[in-house]
Write a protein that binds this ligand. Structure first.
Ligand code: HXC
Length: 514
């Protein structure tokens, strides 16, 4: 027995040494964590359970039979984050560059299958040179099996990708399907075709960072939802995100102790909207003043900043917040904001997270670029996402709610359960200037003093529409509240809607305008 135990301990040491103790030490010396360090850091102490640690590849191609490593370049298993089970895979760059062959893929697939059966999230830590070239078609097949499971699990269990090194070629499509992508600043990159290929095909010189670095994906492509300063900061954000999410679509999100009084009124709210309707204000300040303990986990912070989305708590309950940001493009909706908003809304709806929308939107961003980029189909995604969302939907109109954008931003017409408006709300087909120039074009041009007439008509228009009384009279606005009353109003309504149950007509799936 003793010998067998010794043998197993030796085998474990070999497994934990992965691509070699020297390679692990080199990584640490470069300030990088190893695949196992990352897992240890992610999970609560002593909760990680490894599975299939002794798997090896079966390929003999191009000398691969002489390069066998226990675990085959990926550590898989489960552990607990804040006492809740999470499945994990973590690719090990010290083993054949973390490349994905047949058995490496099978280990990931095993984790995906277990997580789906158990109804628990999957966190995938990616650090890989991509398809293991020596294993040919079996590597490609492995990716296909992973993508298929990513898709089938979508909307059932949360799937989170953390990019902590290279992620290139078709390998990017697993993170691309998952719900959230985290990247580490300056030490991770993602691209379908790398700089070498681009140079050969397009004669274009581009750096790794420019092409697929964290900054680029977090601000331009929108592929990355979160960027960490370093690996620990990134994993801290993963843990924070998980704290807002249910383990699966069959559960409500976890409650937190409501330490912030539900009836707290923040006086800053009464002052936040400037007297001049064209002056911007910081919508994040507004959000922080309303939510529990001023805590807001912003998603897609650097991308489409005219719309702010993220997770917070109200009375201890997890909520998804969507807010127009008047500080960027006056808070208009454009193609990117629509994509960002629609995906976030659908995630929240899939995982039973109520939606709270703060509306201050003068319309869709006008311009030829926007039309040619397809603002019609992309804006429609927001409409579609809000309309089909069956979670509780609460809307606060703080200032402008004009035209189509009024409808889009979780209006009563798209099934919002409760819409409230601040006294500063203006709900109209369009802003005063544009409206008067259209409906009184002739009168103004024929007037002796056109500017005086225009000013008078604008002021009449504002009197009629620059307040929420008319929509409240029609019931499109359920209540007009003082800005300071926003927090208690939302919390009471969330409580009332906690058991909301709404079923859409049976169908295979809708046809969201992709
Ligand atoms: C097999 C690989 C590998 C791969 C790296 N290695 N990538 N082995 N298949 N795809 C091995 C190297 O041979 C080396 O082994 C070790 O990993 C470390 O690699 P280095 O090149 O020394 O490291 P570094 O200089 O840091 O460069 C990292 C790298 C580079 C930029 C990722 O390795 C690279 O360009 N790799 C290939 C990337 C790629 O084009 N992949 C295919 C993408 S297409 P030794 O034994 O010397 O330590 C794809 C298709 C997916 O993935 C399709 C899905 C449908």
């Amino acid at each position: 027995m003793k010998t067998k135990i010794k043998d197993l301990i030796k085998l474990r040491e070999e497994k934990d040494a992965a691509g070699g103790l020297d390679k692990l030490a080199q990584r640490r010396a470069r300030g990088l964590m190893t695949a196992r360090d990352r897992i240890e850091y992610l999970f609560d102490p002593d909760t990680f359970v490894e599975l299939q640690g002794y798997v090896q590849h079966h390929s003999g191609n191009f000398g691969l039979d002489k390069k066998k490593f226990l675990g085959d370049g990926v550590i898989t298993g489960f552990g607990k984050v804040n006492d809740r089970v999470v499945y994990v895979f973590s690719q090990d760059f010290t083993v054949l560059g973390g490349s994905l062959g047949e058995m490496h893929a099978k280990k990931i697939v095993n984790i995906q299958d277990l997580a789906l059966k158990a109804g628990a999230p999957v966190v995938g830590i990616n650090d890989s040179g991509g398809a293991r070239i020596q294993e040919g078609i079996n590597s490609l097949a492995g990716y296909g099996d992973i993508f298929f499971r990513n898709t089938i699990s979508s909307g059932v269990i949360p799937q989170i990708s953390v990019i902590m090194g290279p992620c290139a070629g078709g390998a990017v499509y697993s993170p691309g399907i998952t719900d959230f992508v985290f990247m580490v600043d300056k030490s991770s990159y993602m691209f379908v075709t790398g700089p070498e290929v681009i140079k050969a095909v397009n004669k274009e010189e581009v750096t790794f960072e420019d092409l697929g670095g964290a900054e680029s994906h977090a601000t331009i492509s929108g592929v990355a939802h979160f960027v960490g300063r370093d690996e620990k900061d990134t994993l801290d954000m993963v843990k924070e995100l998980l704290s807002y999410l249910p383990a699966s679509n069959m559960e409500p999100p976890p409650d937190a102790a409501a330490t912030d009084p539900f009836d707290r009124m923040d006086d800053r709210l009464n002052e936040i909207v400037p007297v001049n309707p064209n002056k911007p204000y910081d919508v994040k300040e507004l959000i922080l003043a309303v939510v529990d303990a001023q805590k807001f986990l912003e998603v897609h912070k650097g991308y489409a900043q005219n719309l702010v989305v993220g997770f917070a708590r109200l009375g201890g309950k997890s909520v998804g917040i969507i807010a127009n940001n008047p500080g960027i493009f006056a808070g208009t909706l454009d193609v990117q904001a629509s994509l960002k908003g629609a995906r976030f809304i659908r995630f929240c709806d899939a995982f039973n997270i109520p939606l709270v929308s703060f509306v201050d939107v003068p319309g869709f961003l006008p311009g030829r670029d926007q039309e040619q980029l397809g603002i019609i189909k992309h804006g429609a995604k927001m409409l579609f996402a809000y309309s089909e969302a069956t979670v509780p939907k609460l809307t606060v109109i703080t200032r402008k709610a004009y035209g189509g954008a009024y409808i889009v931003m979780s209006s009563k017409h798209l099934g919002a359960d409760v819409v409230c408006a601040w006294p500063t709300a203006e709900i109209a087909v369009m802003g005063p200037q544009g409206a008067i120039n259209i409906i009184f074009k002739k009168d103004i041009s024929e007037a002796v003093e056109p500017e005086t007439v225009r000013e008078r008509l604008i002021s009449e228009y504002k009197e009629k529409f620059a307040n929420p009384k008319e929509p409240a009279a029609y019931g499109y606005v359920d209540e007009i509240i003082l800005p300071v009353e926003t927090r208690p109003f939302l919390i009471k309504n969330l409580e009332a809607l906690a058991n909301k149950s709404l079923k859409l007509p049976p169908k295979k799936h809708g046809n969201i305008p992709l």
